[in-house]
Ligand binder design. Structure first.
Ligand SMILES: *Cc1c(COP(=O)(O)O)cnc(C)c1O
Length: 368
């Protein structure tokens, strides 16, 4: 008997997530010095991590022999105060990606349907397929989520609807009014998942709390991986009704979030100076890249996040050529956009290197 005949068939057909390429891998494969390589592939914070977060993390490391607080008591208290909600309304995850999976555990059975945009964050589809449910993918309209089309895709079998704001990989967001009207139009049997991984980059992020107060079945997801710069420590959270948060807390592992990450997240929430600086550098970098792409005659999608989609023609080739120049970006073939690259907005110097590389590739020049 083969091993594969024993396996849950969902697993054998499960697509595999392709992460941004680590600097060390590129250095090894191409014989480059890792110090000279920049990674603009995973929407990480080019300013590094929140300094307050790092100081707290180092202190917490001194107690590494102790199990973490499985209930994330201090962090949930602090999040509750920050959002004007109750601590019981929060679930903390090993990154917000874990909460996407917890939603699958709580809600999805074979035959269920999950409605999502395409292209949108690929983990929505991976979680859906993992639980044997059907991914109903609704094409974006001019790179934006088409909420009317999402509404039309809902059937009696729909359990979850995902809406990222802004979306990854397009960087586009729907307005607060559009989102509120969409949520109020959803039937009773559908849970709305609002993925706000990049909300801190928006000028006017939609506010889910009035919808929660109305008793709508909604959950907002946030992360410390992006604007707080703590991607390595894996902390994200969901806020919802106490009932929904309780269900998600029931299915998670007892110690799913480590103590170093919890301490860093608590401290980073007070790092207003760092968040403001990250927003300012991102805005300046976005303007710099948009102007640079336009000067090179490349199309791009207006973004409200910390990354941009740029149309380069042959995405795989540009990805490889940039890599030879020590610039790692994200090819978009896995998202069905083979002529595009997704690039994280970096510091001014990093953005200049990216633009120089793209200019050389456009001129057909070899890397030196
Ligand atoms: C980066 C990202 C996340 C957050 O991932 P973590 O698991 O919290 O690191 C969630 N959703 C989207 C759309 C993202 O791009």
């Amino acid at each position: 008997m083969t091993l594969s005949s024993l396996v849950n068939p969902n697993i054998l057909s499960q697509p595999v997530y392709e992460p941004g390429k680590p600097i060390e891998d590129v250095a090894r494969e191409l014989g480059l010095d890792p110090v000279g390589i920049i990674k603009l592939a995973s929407n990480e914070n080019p300013l590094g991590a929140s300094p307050l977060g790092v100081t707290a993390a180092i202190k917490a490391l001194g107690q590494a022999e102790v199990y973490p607080d499985g209930g994330c008591f201090v962090l949930r208290q602090k999040l509750a105060a920050r959002h004007g909600l109750r601590p019981e309304q929060f679930v903390v995850g090993n990154g917000s990606n874990e909460i996407l999976e917890l939603l699958g555990h709580v809600f999805l059975r074979p035959g269920d349907e999950v409605v999502m945009g395409a292209p949108a964050f690929i983990v929505y589809k991976l979680v859906t397929l993992l639980f044997g449910a059907r991914a109903v993918e609704v094409p974006l309209d001019n790179h934006r989520h088409d909420l009317a089309a999402l509404a039309r895709a809902i059937t009696p079998r729909t359990k979850l609807v995902f809406l990222p704001s802004p979306n990854n990989p397009t960087g586009t967001a729907n307005t607060a009014e559009e989102v509120a009207a969409f949520v109020r139009s959803l039937p009773e049997h559908v849970v709305f998942v609002f993925d706000e991984a990049y909300a801190e980059y928006l000028d006017n992020p939609p506010d889910l709390r009035p919808l929660l107060a109305e008793g709508r079945k909604v959950i907002g997801l946030r992360t410390f991986s992006k604007i707080y710069g703590l991607a390595s420590l894996r902390v994200g959270y969901g806020y919802a009704s106490a009932e929904l948060a309780g269900l998600l807390n029931r299915v998670r592992q007892p110690f799913n979030v480590n103590a170093i990450g919890q301490a860093a997240a608590v401290a980073a929430l007070d790092d207003a100076e760092f968040v403001a600086r990250a927003r300012a550098v991102n805005l300046a970098g976005r303007v710099q890249l948009e102007a640079g792409f336009t000067a090179l005659g490349l199309g791009w999608v207006p973004s409200e996040a910390n990354f941009l989609l740029v149309e380069v023609g042959d995405g795989a080739r540009s990805f490889a050529e940039l890599q030879k120049r020590g610039v790692i970006v994200r090819p978009m073939r896995a998202y069905g956009m083979p002529t595009w690259l997704r690039v994280t907005i970096g510091t001014e110097a990093q953005n200049s290197r990216l633009l120089t590389g793209l200019a050389e590739i456009a001129r057909g020049q070899a890397s030196v």
